[in-house]
Ligand binder design. Structure first.
Ligand SMILES: [Zn+2]
Length: 75
């Protein structure tokens, strides 16, 4: 499993304000890719991509409200 962490600043967070934060991308041997973006205000966006092409996206704002929870099946 490999993990890549990168920091960013001044990006539009799901709550509509500009915040810095950290992006973490992990990848396992079976091709599952998980990307998580954590903003300094507490908003979190995550994305999982499975080896068959399926996706799962989720966005939770810093108040704990789920804004996006979306699944997409691969072909
Ligand atoms: Zn926020």
């Amino acid at each position: 499993m490999t993990a890549t962490i990168s920091r960013f600043e001044g990006t539009l967070a799901p709550c509509g304000k500009q915040h810095g934060g950290e992006q973490c991308v992990t990848e396992d041997q079976e091709g599952l890719v998980t990307e998580e973006i954590a903003f300094s205000c507490g908003c979190v966006t995550s994305r999982e991509e499975f080896h068959d092409g399926s996706h799962h996206r989720m966005t939770v704002d810093h108040r704990g409200r789920v804004l996006v929870d979306e699944e997409q099946r691969g072909e």
